[in-house]
Design a protein around this ligand. Sequence first.
Ligand SMILES: Nc1ncnc2c1ncn2[C@@H]1O[C@H](COP(=O)(O)OP(=O)(O)OP(=O)(O)O)[C@@H](O)[C@H]1O
Ligand SMILES: [Mg+2]
Length: 530
Amino acid sequence: MSNIAIHPQTHAIGGPDTVRSPESWMQVRGLTKSFAGERALSGADLDLKRGEVHGLVGANGAGKSTLIRCLAGITHADDGTITIDGANLKQGSPKASEQAGLAFIHQELNLIQHFSALQNMLLGVPKKTRFGLIDWKRSGIRARQAAERIGIAFPLETRVSELSVADRWLIMIGKALMRDASMIAMDEPTASLSGPESERLFSIIRDLSASGVAILYVSHRLEEVLDLCDRITVLRDGRIVDHADRGHLDKKGLVRAIIGHDIKSEKDREHFAADRSSTPIFSARDVAWRDAVKGVSLDVYPGEVLALGGLVGAGRTEFAHLVAGVQRQDRGYFELGGQRVRIPDEATAVNLGIALVPEERRSEGLMLEQSVGYNINIASLRNLRAFAGLPFISGSKGRRQAEALVEKLRIKTPHITTRIASLSGGNQQKALIARWLGTGVKLLILDEPSRGVDVGAREEIHNAIRDLARAGVGIIVISSDVEELAILTDRVLVMREGRLSGELNGTDITENNIIELSYHDAEGGQGDTQ
Ligand SMILES: Nc1ncnc2c1ncn2[C@@H]1O[C@H](COP(=O)(O)OP(=O)(O)OP(=O)(O)O)[C@@H](O)[C@H]1O
Ligand SMILES: [Mg+2]
């Protein structure tokens, strides 16, 4: 856990002579927005003080991102006002929002992959010289100062595509700081960060807040919201249903405000005990790829939910990519049901019954131009075609299957023909998981399955995972959420720097043990031993 020292403000957030009331720097009043007749926001109010960390929570589809996109000027509200420092904000103009000091890190990071970190930070820099050109040298210096302020350790020349999600977040924060932002809205920052990376982000957030930058913080992880935020606003179905100061809400109260009722604790649920004396449904033997995966061997048994823990960047996602044929391993081999198999590409993996629900759902998993139904049914395309002919979604079997899955996972969508790109982030994630239910899959790999999904949906996804396990499917769950691992599985393999560093069983699956193994090898682990 690193302690990031934030250097004293180098830019004006309001010097002594510009100090204004700390109360309500930004006021949102009656914000309303409909999409195709469906209300996404209904008269939402929000007050933001200078330098506060303000939590914005709500179920998938509650309207959080829509509210943030209205502030950003990306979405034009149908009704309502936004006042900043007493002045009316021109709506529907990203430029006006930026000039008003608002910065945004949206749910899906919009960085240009083949640009360097620095190039991304400089994109759209408003500072011009008197010749109308960007002063690259000065901007470059500012970028480096911002990078230093938040403790960016990698060279700014690194391409974004080579950086971890955690590092990409740092770029986005650096980008906001360069623009003298007075508020940074963060949509689900920790959804893709590991525990220590999240801690690091929290310390950055606390320091930013102390220096007067307000943070609007969206997250489904309620513990961290309760811990981090000075105030919390709860959205349900586009309306503000609750707001509270720190200490006036506990997790139970927050859950009730978010979904309207209590949820049962998942803790007491029985694990489906996999029979590990049978032939593994899937095995990896000494699998290696570049520097990321350095000789991993593991077995997954029918009906087993096996978890892969570790830090972001430990090689878990890369390993999943090898199994699913996204990349080809340099060394080692795989077995399915005891038979050696070659997995040269993704189509082969799918034909063999190996499915991956990827971490980067937007770029890797979804066909954004297609409907919800298409995205759900695409995996069973082969099965359905024989039935219904093409276009298969019009076939009643395909439609019924998609509708049943939408219902089962409570995917919030007007219709299965709705374009998936218009669903909220969490609902897109649920559609991706729905895709593999009922497709005759043998091994399902879920990379951060509950990333970005609300507390109710998380339980539905866990139930779906348990159902699949009970049906004999082998499941590998990659998750940085220790609570999730502890309730879902009874065996965790921890990866560190491309190798398995240890195995945890049953009650040994604790946050401390996982973190310990994320940094050190257990005795007898597959890591380097000196
Ligand atoms: N561009 C759009 N076109 C049509 N519908 C949209 C669009 N953007 C959002 N919606 C709908 O508005 C509602 C609110 O979505 P929003 O993305 O704001 O939810 P959210 O609270 O951010 O959810 P999540 O936690 O899943 O990210 C959803 O029902 C969504 O389907
Ligand atoms: Mg959202």
